[in-house]
Design a protein around this ligand. Structure first.
Ligand code: 1CP
Length: 333
């Protein structure tokens, strides 16, 4: 069993495993090299040779405890036949949402369309580099995917005023998302993912009164589904503020915290295993500061099951030497 699973399942407190959100990505020159020759991001995600190679790149450099599959949460709307593009210096751009077409979609056609993602997971989980380590599969939470599907681009800081105007469409999309997210999760697990992380990157955009309908209930359904498959599930409701209420309602096996929440308060309030927290911007400072800030999290969660990670993805401008220093600091603690 991987150290990450020992923390989550056996509640071990002496292991300090580490992985990093967006560990396979733009801060690595070897990734940028492949990316330069593969300008279509979706096609790259659907090339199992390259996407498995990219997934393993950070494990070749650093003593990380997990591989997270190089894919994207937006492969789901792509599989649902909504057009998805990634524009340089802009981010994701989605096409028209055709409800009738989505309603007609069959499970086997969805799976066929994104099959290389599962093949890549299979390759990665069988590679020597992931021996005794976890292979993390992931999905976007229904709410965060709904945001991209309706908004068709990153919401950045807030939702448009008319976001909720088509209630019928929203309800239907949430039902479809639940169905296909379950298919997507099951296929990742069947191909070797031994942990699932649910990214709710835009949970923080909602008012408290809307959390039950858009975050708690849809995510709880997925969490319960993952549990029936015997795999631990980590939830990352970025910006949620009330992590205690989230954990008590959604009941994930572990909770990933963002960098805006006070870790001391989390330590006091949360009883389940915790992951993450360190501000990715700390990696842009210097080694002394990085060591100090990393130890702060390790000290606070000393007697608590804790998986080291950042409080959001590693930034593209990060020096890989700083990541190396971070991993060593955590391992030597
Ligand atoms: O080279 C490039 O320009 C592509 C950059 C990139 C990468 C490396 C994107 C576009 N996606 C990814 C990979 C990715 N995305 C992974 C791979 C595994 C790893 O972590 O190493 C994962 C887990 C994701 C998940 C993801 N995609 C999230 C959830 C986590 C988060 O960052 O909040 C979200 C919101 C996305 C959407 C997305 N995809 C890409 C970008 C730039 C974005 C964010 C856009 C926005 O700000 O709305």
């Amino acid at each position: 069993m991987s150290d990450i699973k020992k923390v989550i399942i056996n509640k071990k407190t002496d292991l300090n495993p580490i992985w990093i959100m967006r560990q396979a990505g733009r801060y690595l020159p070897e990734f940028r090299e492949i990316r330069k020759q593969n300008t279509d991001f979706i096609k790259l995600c659907l090339n199992q040779e390259l996407s498995s190679e990219i997934t393993l790149q950070p494990l070749k450099r650093f003593d990380l405890d997990a591989a997270i599959i190089f894919s994207d949460i937006l492969m789901l709307p792509y599989g649902l036949n909504q057009k998805v593009e990634f524009k340089k210096n802009f981010g994701p751009l989605l096409g028209e949402l055709n409800l009738n077409e989505i309603l007609k979609l069959e499970e086997i056609d969805f799976v066929q369309k994104i099959l290389p993602v599962y093949k890549a997971i299979n390759i990665v989980s069988k590679n020597q580099l992931t021996k005794n380590k976890s292979t993390i599969g992931f999905v976007g939470a229904p709410w965060t995917l709904l945001v991209y599907m309706i908004n068709k681009q990153s919401p950045k800081l807030k939702l448009k005023n008319d976001f909720f105007k088509d209630n019928f469409l929203i309800k239907k999309i949430l039902i479809i998302l639940e169905k296909f997210l379950k298919v997507h999760i099951k296929n990742q697990i069947d191909n070797g993912a031994d942990i699932i992380q649910i990214f709710d990157s835009w949970a923080g955009l909602l008012e408290k009164k809307d959390l039950p309908n858009y975050v708690y209930i849809p995510t709880l359904n997925l969490v319960e589904f993952v549990k029936t498959l015997g795999v631990p599930v980590i939830c990352f409701p970025r910006g949620i503020k009330d992590y205690k209420n989230y954990c008590e309602t959604v009941k994930p096996d572990a909770i990933c915290i963002d960098y805006e929440v006070d870790p001391i308060q989390i330590r006091k309030e949360i009883t389940i295993p915790v992951q993450g927290g360190l501000d990715p911007k700390i990696l842009l400072t210097d080694k002394d500061n990085l060591g100090k800030e990393a130890k702060k999290y390790l000290d606070i969660f000393k007697n608590h099951p804790y998986i080291f990670n950042l409080g959001h993805g590693v930034l593209p401008e990060t020096d890989p030497n700083m990541v190396d220093y971070l991993v060593k600091t955590v391992k030597d603690y």
